[in-house]
Each structure stands twice: as structure tokens, then as C-alpha cells.
Design a protein around this ligand. Sequence first.
Ligand SMILES: [Zn+2]
Length: 238
Amino acid sequence: MGLLDWFKRQPRTAITAERWASTLAGLPFLDEKEFSTAGGLELSDEICISIAAQGCLPILKLGLSAYRDWLGIVVYADQFVVPRQIADENGVVHEYDDVLSGEAWEGGPLIISWHDVQLAGAGYNVVIHEFAHKLDMLNGEADGMPALHSGLTEEEWIAVFSAAYQDFCRRLDDGEETLIDPYAGDDPAEFFAVFSESFFELPEVVDREYPALYALLKRYYLQDPLARLKRQRSGVTP
Ligand SMILES: [Zn+2]
């Protein structure tokens, strides 16, 4: 299926201005990245364009160079199993299997489940999540602080980000059920990835619960998904 056929097959109402811009931004991305599949999945234009369009939404303003340090995207049909080893305090190594919908390797490819890519919406977006990890890794180990552009300082990032992270962890410790995926409480890297996902998918929730963090992410991504949502709701074409 060619690119134009694919566009024609998409429901018209689903193509918002930012979705369209993101799809167009994804075209050079398709040239730069190498897609491959695993587990017998057949690669299609639909898979590549869908991942490119969602993956390019976060970097619409940052530019494609924000994804410069890596090349490959490996797509599985569904969730995949990663064998892990962990040593306990006695030095005994335990082996277990992790079932994942996506994983970003530092200095390596991004791995993703096509089934989960298609589940995007209502706060969940595995593509944005994994690509956010890649942004985080651009300045070294994933630690919740991506490479900052000149509009932001490390001090203000740490201040706002840490306060929000600590508050979110406290709410989880209190047994609160959160609208934002509790996986964000795992560590600062997951907090950044999950809140990036929510920033684009649930901007109202992030802005209401963590206005300072919303403002910080808005300045980092140079986008305002909440304003965009309000414009769409009022019927004004962005
Ligand atoms: Zn993650």
C-alpha cells in the first residue's frame, strides 16, 4: 500500500492539524531510521508511518536532530518477553522474564509492540513514552532530565521536576488511585516518560494536578497541547 492510499484510508476526523504536521515531520524520519520486525510480523507502510507520526509529535518544535543518537526501530506484533537477571543482597542471581510493550536501549534501538502502538489514546501512548526515553538518553543515562535547550536551566528543571516526582510518589504511597499511570513512580526516568505521554494525551490532567510541571514540559517541548485541545473543542481550526 502506498503512502497516499494509507492517508486516504484514515478517517478524516482523526487527522487534526498537529497530527498532520507530525505525519509530515515523520517523512524525513522514515528516511533516517531503520525499521525491522521480529517474531514474524510483516513490515508495512502503516506500521512505519504510524510510529513515525506519533514519534514525531514530541519533536515537532525540537527538530529531528533530537533523535540523532540512534538508528533502529524493531517492531514486534505484540508484547515481547525480555529475560532479566538480578542479583540479591547475598549475590544470588535470579532470572525472570519481563513482558514489555516497548523498550528504549541506551545506545541501541527502540523496540516496540505494534499491538500497543495501535492502542494509543486516553492517556496511553507507548510510542511517545519510548521516544521520550530516547530524548532523556541524548545527554547520557536515562535519569528524567533530557538534554535541555537554551530556554531552560538544569536548576529549574530539577526544582520543578523533583517536587512533582516526590508529590506523585507520596500519593502512591498513600494508596491514592491516580489518573496518571502509577508506573511514573518507578523512578525519575519513568516519571519523565509517563508524564511526557500524559502531557500530549492528557494535558488537562497534567496541567490541573502539576501546573508547574505542565509549564516546564510546555517550555521543553515548545508546544501547548492543552491550548490545542481547547481550540479543537471550540471548533477553531488551529
Ligand atoms: Zn519506560
